[in-house]
Every structure is written in C-alpha cells, then in structure tokens.
Ligand binder design. Structure first.
Ligand SMILES: Nc1nc2c(ncn2[C@@H]2O[C@H](COP(=O)(O)OP(=O)(O)OP(=O)(O)O)[C@@H](O)[C@H]2O)c(=O)[nH]1
Ligand SMILES: [Mg+2]
Length: 323
C-alpha cells in the first residue's frame, strides 16, 4: 500500500512537472528551421530545448539555429523515425536535464513524423502535438510527384497543425490552396504565413490530449529512406563567389535540397540554401577558422554523389586566398 501511494505521488509529480514535447515536420526546405528560429526570438523567457535531426552526415541545421548549445542536440547520419531511437532517447534525457520549459524536435524533411510523436509519452514529457510545414510554392506539385507524394501526404495526414509557409512566393489562389490542404488533412488546422511569422502561442501553447493525434507505427515497411541519398562535402580550401555561382548553376535540378557554408577567397563565408530551383546566398561573416561544409539530398535514382563530388572539386576549392 505504501509503495502504491509512493508510486501514485511520483506519477502525479511527474505529470505536473512534465515538459511539453512538440514535433516539427514538413518536407525538405519547407521552413522548419525558420520556424524554430522565430520561436527562439519571440518566445520571451521560455527555455526551449531543441533536438535537430538532419539527414546528412553534417548537421547544418544545428548551426542555423540560433540557440545556446547546451539546449540543442543534433542527431546526424540517419533519421530518428526509423533508426537512431536510442540516440533520441539519450538526447531527450540530456535536454531534460537542462530544465527546459518546452522541447521541440525538428524532424528531417523525409521523416515519418507520426512515428516521432510517441517520444512525447516518455517519462518527464507530455505530447504537445505535431506541426507540419508546407511550402506553399511547391506543395501541390510535391503531393502529386510519383516519387515523393507518399512521404509528403503522410506528414499532412498526421499533423495537428499545418503551417502553410512561403505564401509570399504564391501568385495563384491562396484560398484554394489552403482549402486543398484542409481536404487532404481534415483533422488539422491550416494557417497561412510567410517566414513562419506566427504568434508563438500557436506552436507552443498547450494542447489537450483530445486535440492531438495519436502516434502511429510506420505503415510503410519500406520506409528506410532507401529512395533518398544524401551527399556531404567538406574542404578547408576556398573559392570565389563566381565559382560558387557556377557550382550552383551546374547542380542537377534533381538535387531536392542543398544547404551549408562556403568559404571564399576574400576571407568571407556564405550561407547557401537551395530548395528545388530556388537558391539563396547570404553573407555569413568571416571565414577564419571555418571550413566549407555542404549537404545535399536527392532521390537515389536521380542523383549520383560522384557527380556532385566532381562539381565540388571543380568549383569549390583550389583558389588562392586573396587576403
Ligand atoms: N521566400 C521565402 N523563403 C522562405 C520562407 N521561409 C523559409 N524560407 C527559406 O527557405 C529555405 C529553407 O528554410 P528552412 O527553414 O531551412 O527549411 P527546413 O524545412 O528547415 O529545411 P530542411 O531542414 O533542410 O528540410 C531557406 O532559404 C529560408 O530562408 C518564406 O516564407 N518565404
Ligand atoms: Mg531545417
């Protein structure tokens, strides 16, 4: 009896102390990291613990997230939805020990996100839902693409909230697009925005059990990301801005996502982001002590890492430093 009461008291204490756990999903480049940075900037004093699962061998997202390192853990070289499960449990323990108010997991863009919500039931945590980002410019095309439609649609069907991001890039009928998403995922609310500029409450606000979907076991026995291949590249050498541009122009359009940092021969560093055909090159400060690091993702049937190696060797190194 005494042990039962002790167990009951511990359970009650665990419930009141449990930390909300929210999964952030969405296909490659939809805006997951942008959302996390928005939350970090606007969540006032809330201490956010972050776990970032990037697909490639180098975790670029961990660098893109503007958070204190002790509350941010990156998991690389695989996807937590179909492997790395002990990795995520250890990471959750480590983050919990820092005393966060809320834990966010950025899933890799190709993850089976519904499977990840089950970690919210671990001791010390409470599930707070699954947010899925949609890239307003490309979502309809991706949802009909014969190779990626299944993984894109599966994410929406499991979502509690869909953030229809990048509406600044849409020229057509936005209402019709939102309506199409609502038909695809009637269980979720759909919120249009750009740059994930939303009230933080929408993501971090507490959701009751009836407001969140139950986690699932993957219904796809072949879900091992066999069809995707990642490419990583690192060099201590520098290049010119012109060669970086030539590299990006020469990349096959089948590269679905590319991101990382490139060091130039003028002593600066550029952040490079490419989602489909859209490319961004942003100043990222001085390159001192840094290396060029890039990751890319595409379908195994469509890109060859050796082709990307060849392009990188041709354009991203061997330039004498001009400073
Ligand atoms: N035009 C426009 N660009 C955006 C918007 N939101 C994000 N981006 C850009 O889209 C690119 C990808 O954004 P991320 O936040 O890194 O996307 P992600 O989902 O974390 O990408 P992965 O983790 O690689 O799957 C970046 O270049 C962002 O600056 C938006 O609302 N409008
Ligand atoms: Mg990201």
């Amino acid at each position: 009896m005494v042990s039962f009461i002790r167990h009951f008291l511990k359970l009650t204490a665990d419930l009141t102390r449990s930390v909300p756990f929210t999964v952030i999903g969405g296909y490659l480049g939809a805006g997951k990291t942008t959302l996390i940075n928005h939350l970090l900037k606007h969540a006032d004093a809330a201490r956010l613990g972050l776990i970032v699962n990037d697909f490639g061998a180098i975790n670029i997202d961990a660098d893109l997230i503007e958070s204190a390192d002790d509350r941010k853990i990156s998991l690389t070289n695989g996807c937590v939805c179909c492997g790395l499960s002990s990795g995520i449990e250890d990471a959750l323990d480590e983050i919990l020990a820092t005393g966060p108010d809320h834990i966010l997991l950025e899933a890799s863009g190709v993850a089976d996100v519904a499977v990840l919500t089950r970690y919210g039931y671990l001791q010390g945590l409470r599930p707070n839902g699954l947010i899925v980002l949609a890239d307003a410019e490309t979502v309809r095309r991706k949802a009909d693409d014969k190779y990626v439609a299944q993984s894109v649609r599966r994410q929406f069907k499991a979502a509690d909230l869909i953030i229809l991001n990048k509406i600044d890039l849409v020229e057509g009928d936005l209402d019709a697009l939102a309506e199409w998403l609502r038909d695809l995922a009637p269980q979720a609310s759909v919120v249009p925005t750009s740059r994930c500029n939303l009230p933080v409450e929408l993501v971090l606000g507490a959701r009751t059990e009836s407001e969140i979907s139950k986690p699932t076991v993957s219904d796809d026995p072949d879900h091992r990301h066999a069809s995707y291949i990642s490419w990583s590249y690192e060099t201590g050498q520098v290049t010119t801005l012109g060669n970086l541009q030539a590299f990006l122009d020469a990349l096959p359009f089948q590269v679905l996502r590319l991101k990382g940092y490139v060091c130039l021969n003028d002593g600066t560093r550029k952040l490079v982001q490419r989602v489909g055909v859209r490319t961004q090159i942003i100043d990222a400060g001085a390159s001192a002590g840094q290396t060029t690091r890039l990751v890319a993702l595409g379908l195994q049937a469509q890109i060859k890492p050796s082709d990307l190696d060849r392009l990188a060797h041709k354009y991203l190194k061997d330039e004498p430093c001009s400073i």
